[in-house]
Ligand binder design. Structure first.
Ligand code: BES
Ligand code: MN
Ligand code: ZN
Length: 511
């Protein structure tokens, strides 16, 4: 998507569609909508008076100005009630308008910055949200090796943000650039997590990381089985041994000042490219969704692409343990005891609780960076889906400041976060008579005991664990999470939040 920023009146532009907005309850539109309305001799006021346009959030009304302005069509998008308006409202409205423009056959769209005026949002943030909504709303998964789809014949290729006041352009430009980097990262995460396991293997995931490193001058290290064994990553290897696809341990580093003494923020992503459950095999029904059990890895790698595209001035390291979880003849047996690289031994009660095993070694590996903070993202537990459903991501954090940073970044990104308890009392459920820990704590509070398990591999630094099992996937029948920038499949959740945390998190605050 070409994203341009221009000053002038929206009524003067010649895009295939111009987009203005309308708050609920407004009868005399002001700002850019008012200016356009005057050029159209009151056409928008008429739409309001007749009830055709009510300003409901994401409502779109399209009409042809028939030569009154250079553009061939106008889209009026609703922003809802001013009291309930938020950054995500701007994002959603932009997505709704972009889809309407595409449906109508427009290739170029000129839009005002929703919420940048009377909406009361910071202008750069609002511009970013409009760009994000546009790109994410137009996202479609192009499956490799499929026939061309007849319904994919229309594409919007250019978005121009139009602002009357030229003095505001630098702010809009700055926000638009950030929004584009986040949206393109989120689309990458969606593509990766939507891809089937026969195409997106651990090796393929490592190639994506290498490509990001090459594009943005980052360091990239990919370890194979032998190197994992040298590092004593027995927990990760215990999962990989049932699969014939070779595992990969991926480390990607953005170090803009080339200074290895700066404590980085370390991102860790669960990279199970397929979770069959292993010997504790899952039921057949719905197992195909376990191709996206690497959505955490996708979010973390895509965030690195975003960081690179933004030229973020801070050190960031991404760690992705990647493997399939398969029931091959050499697979781990229930009852096996393995020792993670930090020396903690684990009794494997259920081979389907594999995410915490691979994250154990990844979190332990992170110690070598003396991190300012560690944030892991994982489709970790079915229990998280039971607890919070599909709307909110559960967050476990050992540091209030880091939790607040995650919460605020999530709110701004349209990825709502909910804090879950990380209380040592739950450790009682993962005690084992045969090892330091067991890898399951039974069904009660299973998202909590999984987080407690992870905490045993975390060093003395701020840490947050995001369980995205419920939020990484979206189906049209889950109506309460319906947003005009979601399509069936992976949501790309995490990229917006992680990018926000990286932009806001102050290393000095870390323990
Ligand atoms: N990848 C799954 C968790 C999951 C479930 C993600 C549904 C997305 C949707 C994870 O590896 C898993 O199998 N967890 C088990 C652990 C149990 C066996 C202790 C779970 O939560 O049911
Ligand atoms: Mn599993
Ligand atoms: Zn899993």
């Amino acid at each position: 998507m070409n994203v341009l920023v221009q000053s002038g009146g929206i009524e003067a532009g010649d895009a295939d569609a111009v987009v203005v907005n309308l708050f609920e309850g407004v009868t005399e539109p002001g700002g850019a909508t008012g200016a356009l309305d005057r050029s159209l001799d009151g056409a928008i006021r008429d739409l309001v008076a007749s009830g055709d346009a009510r300003g409901k959030l994401n409502e779109t009304v399209v009409f042809h100005p028939r030569g009154a302005i250079p553009a061939p069509r106008v889209i009026v998008v609703g922003l809802g009630s001013p009291a309930e308006f938020s950054l995500d409202g701007a994002r959603q409205a932009a997505a709704a308008a972009a889809r309407e423009a595409r449906r109508a056959g427009a290739r170029s769209v000129a839009s005002v910055v929703h919420g940048g005026g009377v909406g009361g949002l910071a202008l750069a943030d609002a511009a970013g949200a409009v760009v994000e909504g546009t790109i994410l709303g137009l996202y479609r998964y192009q499956a490799p090796g499929t026939l061309p789809r007849e319904d994919f014949d229309r594409e919007v290729d250019t978005l121009t943000l139009v602002e009357f006041d030229a003095a505001k352009l630098p702010e809009i430009e700055r926000g638009a650039r950030v929004g584009q980097a986040i949206a393109e990262g989120t689309c990458l995460a969606r593509d990766l997590a939507n891809q089937p396991a026969n195409l997106l293997t651990p090796t393929a995931l490592a190639e994506v990381a290498q490509r990001i490193a090459d594009d943005h001058r980052m360091g990239c290290q990919v370890l194979g089985r032998e190197q994992m064994a040298e590092l004593k990553m027995e927990a990760l290897l215990s999962v990989a041994r049932g699969a014939s696809q070779p595992p990969r341990f991926i480390v990607l580093e953005h170090n803009p000042a080339s200074d290895d003494t700066v404590p980085p923020v370390v991102l860790v992503g669960k990279g199970i490219t397929f979770d069959s459950g292993g010997i504790s095999i899952k039921p057949a029904s719905g197992m195909e969704e376990m191709r996206s059990d690497m959505a955490g890895a996708a979010a973390v790698l895509a965030t690195m692409q975003t960081v690179g595209a933004m030229g973020l001035p801070r050190r960031v390291v991404a760690i992705v343990p990647a493997t399939e979880n398969m029931p091959g003849s050499d697979a781990s047996h229930p009852g096996d005891v393995v020792t993670a690289m930090n020396g903690v031994s684990i009794e494997i009660i259920n081979t389907d609780a594999e995410g915490r095993l691979i994250l154990a070694d990844a979190l332990a590996y992170a110690h070598r960076y003396d991190p300012a903070a560690v944030v892991d993202v994982a489709t970790l537990t079915g229990g998280m889906v039971m607890a919070l459903g599909y709307r909110m991501t559960g967050v476990f954090a050992n540091d209030d400041g880091l939790w607040e940073a995650v919460r605020d970044a999530g709110d701004a990104a349209g990825e709502p976060m909910w804090r879950m308890p990380l209380d040592p009392v739950y450790n009682a459920q993962i005690r084992s008579p045969f090892a330091d820990l067991r890898n399951t704590g039974g069904r009660p509070g299973s998202a909590v005991t999984a987080a407690c398990f992870l905490s045993r591999f975390v060093g003395d630094h701020a840490w947050a664990h995001l369980d995205i099992a419920g939020t990484n996937w979206w189906e049209a029948d889950i109506t309460y999470t319906k947003k005009p920038y979601y399509v069936r499949g992976n949501t790309g959740v995490g990229v917006g939040t992680l990018t926000g945390v990286l932009r806001s998190w102050d290393a000095d605050r870390a323990a």
